[in-house]
Design a binder for this molecule. Sequence first.
Ligand SMILES: C=C1C[C@]23C[C@@]1(O)CC[C@H]2[C@@]12CC[C@H](O)[C@@](C)(C(=O)O1)[C@H]2[C@@H]3C(=O)O
Ligand code: AKG
Ligand code: FE2
Length: 323
Amino acid sequence: MVVLSQPPTLDFNQYSLLRSTCKPTASFADIPEIDLSDPNAKFHIVKACEEFGFFKLVNHGVPVELMTKLEDESLCFFKLSKSEKDKARTPHPLGYGSNGDKGWIEYLLLNANPLPIFSHDFLCAATEYVTAVKKLSCEVVELIAEGLKMERRNAISKLLKDEKADCCFRVNHYPPCPEMQGLSGLNNMIGFGEHTDPQILSILRSNNSTGLQICLRDGAWVSVPADAAAFFVNVGDVLQVMTNGRFKSVKHKVVVDPNRERVSMIYFGGPPLSEKITPLPEVLKDGEESLYKEFTWWEYKTAAYKSKLADYRLGAFEKSPIC
Ligand SMILES: C=C1C[C@]23C[C@@]1(O)CC[C@H]2[C@@]12CC[C@H](O)[C@@](C)(C(=O)O1)[C@H]2[C@@H]3C(=O)O
Ligand SMILES: O=C(O)CCC(=O)C(=O)O
Ligand SMILES: [Fe+2]
């Protein structure tokens, strides 16, 4: 029998943390929208990665039923009792997790290469979804290579296609929060604190609830309008290094409306652990030097997992300027 879980409860510290850090933010209609069927998509993607480190992807070819099937399966999991869900807590960081220092969230974090056996129906839906999104992520980075006029169209995609590629997949659930609903003046709270994603790129899909916010170059936070049929793509820290800072890893966070349930599914495309991360030679102009020290993805990931969510993780890997 499936037992519905009790809504999570807030203690005083969590409550102050969640409410104190959010201010209302304007919805931002100018998020770059890339139509994958547009022959110039590659140039628009490069421009969006340079200006925002973020874009919306439409006409991507992934059937919406594949998305909703996994969303439904995920909700079946999150509706289980706490003790059932706790059975999916595996050694940190993978498996089921909740709240912690991130915000008002519970999640499943899975290794995408290959996906672990979980429940049969969840596994089928997740496998189908991850296969489609992985293919899409390779298409996107191949367009990036073309847009950057690189000879090796597969310079980045070969890392994601590698059998040892360190990719992971996450489903986030931001449950409605009854304790917040009754409080006047509070119509939003931190679901996932501000951070950048460490990998090459992330592909996100959410249900029709808003919540995702990105930080623009001038430091302003803007809210991304929800679109359950689209994907949203983030430049990650590794892609920032591979483009020698030409693309910026976008700072983002989730601020949720306590009256609405949000579900998001994110594929994080990372390279093999042993891969040396350096700027792609094709991206460097004559005489341009790398802004970063050489490191492997394993070294970066290890350091990232020791850091706090909001830390500027690339800082430790930047070369000090020569005066
Ligand atoms: C606090 C942390 C959570 C995180 C690992 C980290 O130490 C810093 C980066 C965080 C992040 C952000 C993007 C992804 O959601 C994630 C899975 C990742 O690879 O880096 C999370 C990590 C996590 O939740 O375990
Ligand atoms: O849940 C979301 O919409 C975004 C979550 C996120 O940024 C992450 O999991 O890294
Ligand atoms: Fe993220």
